[in-house]
Ligand binder design. Structure first.
Ligand code: GDG
Length: 736
C-alpha cells in the first residue's frame, strides 16, 4: 500500500540529552496535530532534522536517537553545525524569511549560504528517497525546503509531491531581487500541488512563475514539462477542540490548583472593577510587529488617558532565532521600549505592560488566553497567525474581542475581528477603545461567527483538504492520449510512407514549420525549410499542403511559386496544386468595422500588442507584451468581444499568444476535409501546434498520422515536444 511521507525542517518531536539521558517529547504544535491522522496511518513517516547536530553526538547516541525516532515513526536527516549555521540561520532565515516577509533591508544574499541550502535540501532528498517506494505521496513543508520537490521528482517521477508554504509569498517585485529566483521556482515546480495560506500568496507565486520563467499559466494551473501543477490556497486551521476544551477545563480549576500566573491575573482583576487585560503572544520576530504594538499601546493610553490604571498589556514574546543579529537587535529594542513606557507610566498599583520573554507551558498559555478581554494580534506581516485563531477558540463565555492586523493571512477569513493596519496608531488606539467598550451582544455575535468558521475548518480538515487536492492534482494530469513519437515509431511511419501510393502532408506553419518570433512578419521561411519541402515534393506521389492561419497574401508571397496546396486564413481560402485560389466559405467581412476600433483601443493600452488584419479575420497578437498584463487584457478583451459577437457567425480563436476574431464557419478541419475529398490518399501525415490545428486532427481519417507539437491535451495520436524537432522528423519520415 502506498504511504504518505511528511517532510519538514524539524521533526514533530523534541529530543534533548539531559545528563547523558535522551529525553523525547512529542510536539503538540499545530502542524503535528494536523498531520496526526496522516502520520499515524499505515506506514506513514515524518522526515526532518532532530534538533541535535551530528558533531554533538557520539556513535552510540546517534543509534539511540534513530531508535527513539523510529518509535515515533520519524526518520532524521543528519545535519552538522555548519549546515545549521548556513542553511537554517543563513539562507532560510537571513535571506528567505526577511525577503518573503517584505523586510528587504534585512535580506542578505550570501552565496555560501545558498550553496549550503542546496546541499541540505539534497540531504533531505536523499533521506526521503531511501524511505519511499514508487507511487508514494510526499508532502513537503515550508520555506527551508523549496528545492526539495524538484530534487525528489528528478529521481523518482512516480511520486505524488505536495508543497505547502507556511509564510507569505511576496510580490514578484520583491521575489525577483533574489539571485537564485529561477532555481527556487524550479525547485517548487517539482510539486504536483503548491499550497499557500491565502489566495494573494498564490497569485504572487503564479505571477513570479509567469514573469520569471515565462511559463504558460491558466488560472491556477501551470503547464510545465509535460505536467500540470496546481496552485491553490488552503488557510491553515488549529486544533480547535484542544484549545476550546482546555479553556473549559480551566474555568473549573479550584483556587488551590491554579497556576501562579493565573493567581496573579486574578489578583489584578480584583484590584479594580474596570480592569482589563489585553493579550499579545508571538515568537520574538520582527515580522510580528512587537515594537509597533507596544508603541501603539502607549499611544492609546495617551490618547484615552481614562484607561490608565485600568488596562494592562500582557505580552508574551517567545525567544526565537537568537543567533541572528536582527533578532538580537529586536530583543534589545523591545526591552528598552517596555522599560521606558513602564518607567514613564507605572504607578504604585499599576504597571501598563507585563512582559514575559520566555516560552510558557501549554497550561499557562491557556491561562493567558482565558484571562484576556482583548487580543492584539498586529504583525506587520504574517503568513497566517495561529494565535488569533487560538484566542477565538478559548472564548467560552461569549466575551472577548480580537484586534487583528490586515497583514496577517488570518485577516482574509476572520472578518468579524476588528481589522487594523499595524502601522496606523490612531486606528489601533480607536480599535482598542472600541474593543474595551464593545457591548456584550456584539462581542457574542462576532465570536459566534468566528468560532463557527474556525471550528469547522480546523487543522485536520486543512490537512485533509490539501491531500484531497493533491490526489486530484495528480489524477488530473492530462491523460496522455497522445504518445511520444519514438525513433521506432518514426521508423514504422517511414516504412508506410515508402509503401504508400498517394501521400499527403498537412503542415501547419507558425509554431510548426517555423518557430515563433516576437513579430509575426519576422517568421519567414528559411532556406532549410524550402529545401526540405522541395525535396519531399520531388516525389510525384506526395502532395504537400500548408494549412495556416496566415493571410493569403503572406502565404502566397512565401509559397505561391511552389507547387504545394495552400490553405490560408484558418481555412477560408484554398489553392490546390496548379489551381486557382477559391473561397471555402463565402462570407462577409464588414463586421471588421465594428471590431477593429475595439482591438485598437486594447492595443493602445497594452504595450507590445499589435493587430494583424487578414482578409477574413482580425488577429490581436500579444507575444511581446508583459505576461500578466496580457493575461488581464485578453480576459477583458474576450469579455468585450463576446458582448459584440451577438450572433453565431463570428467566433474568437484563442491561439498561441493571439486572439483572432473570425467567421465561425471557417476552420482547418473543414479545409482538410475539402483537400481529402478529391483524392484517395493511403498515407496522411498532419502536424500542428495550436488548438486551431485540433480541427484538422479531428477531421482526418483515424488511420492518419497526426502529430502535435507540444505535449498538451490534443486529438492527435502522437506528439513531439518542440518545433525544432519538426524538420528532422519530416526528414526521417520521407528519407529526404
Ligand atoms: C509560521 C508562520 C503561520 C507561542 N508561544 C507559546 C506557544 N506558542 C504557539 C502559539 C501558536 C504558535 O506558537 C505560533 O504560531 P503562529 O502562527 O502565530 O506563528 P509562527 O510560529 O511564526 O508560524 C505563521 C504558521 O507558521 C502556521 O502555518 O500561521 O504565519 O509565521 O500555536 O500558541 N506555545 C506554548 N508556549 C508558548 O510560550 N506552548
Amino acid at each position: 500500500m502506498n504511504k504518505t511521507v511528511i517532510v519538514s525542517n524539524r521533526l514533530p518531536v523534541d529530543l534533548k540529552y539531559i545528563e547523558n539521558t535522551l529525553v523525547v517529547k512529542s510536539s503538540t504544535g499545530g502542524l503535528a496535530t494536523g498531520m496526526k491522522s496522516v502520520h499515524s496511518e499505515g506506514n506513514g513517516i515524518w522526515v526532518g532534522w532532530s534538533g541535535l547536530a551530528e558533531e554533538n553526538m557520539n556513535d552510540a547516541q546517534k543509534v539511540e536517537v534513530d531508535n527513539a525516532l523510529a518509535v515515533e515513526k520519524c526518520v532524521q536527516v543528519p545535519l552538522t553545525n555548519s549546515d545549521i549555521d548556513n542553511y537554517y540561520y543563513g539562507f532560510s532565515n537571513t535571506a528567505l524569511w526577511p525577503l518573503f516577509h517584505y523586510f528587504q533591508a534585512y535580506t542578505e544574499f550570501e552565496s555560501s549560504h545558498w550553496q549550503s541550502y542546496v546541499e541540505v535540501n539534497q540531504k533531505f532528498a536523499d533521506v526521503v528517497l531511501q524511505q519511499v517506494n514508487d507511487g508514494d505521496t510526499v508532502w513537503v513543508h515550508d520555506y527551508q525546503l523549496l528545492m526539495l520537490p524538484e530534487m525528489l521528482r528528478k529521481k523518482n517521477p512516480t511520486l505524488t509531491i505536495g508543497f505547502f508554504l507556511h509564510i507569505p509569498y511576496p510580490s514578484y517585485e520583491l521575489f525577483r531581487t533574489c539571485p537564485w529566483r529561477n532555481e527556487l521556482l524550479q525547485g517548487m515546480l517539482g510539486a504536483d500541488l503548491i499550497g499557500f495560506h491565502t489566495y494573494d500568496y498564490a497569485r504572487h507565486f503564479i505571477s513570479s512563475v509567469s514573469r520569471i520563467k515565462g511559463i504558460e499559466v491558466n488560472f491556477n494551473e501551470i503547464s510545465y514539462e509535460n505536467r500540470i501543477i496546481k496552485v491553490d490556497s488552503f488557510p491553515m486551521g488549529i486544533d480547535y477542540d484542544r484549545y476550546h476544551n482546555a479553556a473549559l477545563e480551566h474555568e473549573k480549576y479550584p483556587e488551590d490548583s491554579k497556576s501562579e500566573l493565573m493567581k496573579s491575573i486574578d489578583f489584578h482583576n480584583k484590584s479594580n472593577d474596570e480592569s482589563k487585560l489585553i493579550l499579545s503572544i508571538d515568537r520574538m520576530d520582527y515580522t510580528k510587529g512587537i515594537p509597533n504594538r507596544v508603541k501603539s499601546f502607549e499611544y492609546f493610553l495617551n490618547k484615552y488617558p481614562e484607561y490608565k490604571g485600568k488596562v494592562r498589556l500582557v505580552m508574551l514574546a517567545v525567544p526565537s532565532r537568537e543567533n541572528v543579529a536582527q533578532y538580537q537587535l529586536l530583543k534589545r529594542e523591545t526591552d528598552e521600549l517596555v522599560g521606558r513606557i513602564n518607567g514613564d507610566l507605572s504607578t504604585i498599583s499599576w504597571t501598563p505592560i507585563w512582559y514575559f520573554y520566555r516560552s510558557l507551558p501549554f497550561d499557562e498559555l491557556i491561562d493567558l488566553y482565558v484571562a484576556s478581554d482583548v487580543a492584539m494580534v498586529t504583525p506587520v506581516r504574517d503568513g497566517m497567525n495561529l494565535v488569533a485563531k487560538e484566542y477565538i477558540a478559548t472564548r467560552t463565555k461569549d466575551t472577548g474581542v480580537l484586534i487583528l492586523s490586515e497583514m496577517a493571512g488570518a485577516a482574509k477569513e476572520m472578518h468579524e475581528a476588528l481589522i487594523v493596519n499595524p502601522n496606523n496608531f490612531d486606528q489601533i488606539a480607536d480599535s482598542l477603545k472600541e474593543a474595551l467598550e464593545m457591548p456584550a451582544l456584539e462581542q457574542k455575535t462576532r465570536l459566534d461567527a468566528l468560532q463557527k468558521r474556525i471550528s469547522r475548518y480546523d487543522v485536520e480538515r486543512w490537512a485533509g483538504e490539501f491531500l484531497k487536492s493533491l490526489k486530484a492534482a495528480k489524477d488530473t494530469v492530462p491523460v496522455q492520449v497522445a504518445q511520444k513519437l519514438t525513433p521506432s515509431k518514426i521508423k514504422d511511419i517511414a516504412t508506410n510512407y515508402k509503401l504508400a501510393k498517394r501521400k499527403l502532408f498537412l503542415l501547419d506553419y507558425d509554431g510548426t514549420l517555423a518557430g515563433f518570433k516576437n513579430n509575426p512578419s519576422d517568421a519567414i521561411p528559411t532556406q532549410e525549410l524550402y529545401d526540405l519541402l522541395d525535396k519531399i515534393n520531388e516525389d510525384d506521389s506526395t502532395e504537400i499542403a500548408i494549412i495556416s492561419g496566415r493571410d493569403r497574401k503572406t502565404l502566397e508571397s512565401w509559397f505561391g511559386h511552389k507547387s504545394y496546396t495552400l490553405v490560408t486564413d484558418h481555412g477560408a481560402w484554398l489553392r490546390k496544386v496548379g489551381g486557382e485560389w477559391g473561397v471555402l466559405d463565402q462570407m462577409k467581412s464588414n463586421w471588421k468595422e465594428n471590431i477593429r476600433p475595439v482591438l485598437e483601443a486594447f492595443t493602445d493600452s497594452t504595450p507590445g500588442a499589435l493587430i494583424e488584419e487578414k482578409e477574413y479575420s482580425l488577429a490581436w497578437h500579444y507575444r511581446k507584451s508583459d505576461n500578466d498584463m496580457a493575461a488581464l487584457r485578453t480576459m477583458e478583451l474576450k469579455h468585450v468581444l463576446k458582448s459584440l459577437l451577438i450572433n453565431n457567425t463570428l467566433s474568437v480563436l484563442d491561439g498561441n499568444k493571439v486572439l483572432e476574431v473570425k467567421n465561425s464557419n471557417i476552420n482547418k478541419g473543414r479545409a482538410a476535409t475539402r483537400i481529402l475529398a478529391d483524392t484517395n490518399y493511403d498515407f496522411i501525415f498532419a502536424i500542428g501546434d495550436d488548438w486551431t490545428d485540433e480541427y484538422m486532427f479531428e477531421e482526418v481519417p483515424d488511420s492518419a498520422y497526426t502529430v502535435k507539437v507540444g505535449n498538451i491535451k490534443t486529438a492527435a495520436h502522437y506528439y513531439i515536444n518542440y518545433s525544432t524537432e519538426v524538420l528532422p522528423l519530416l526528414r526521417d519520415v520521407t528519407g529526404s
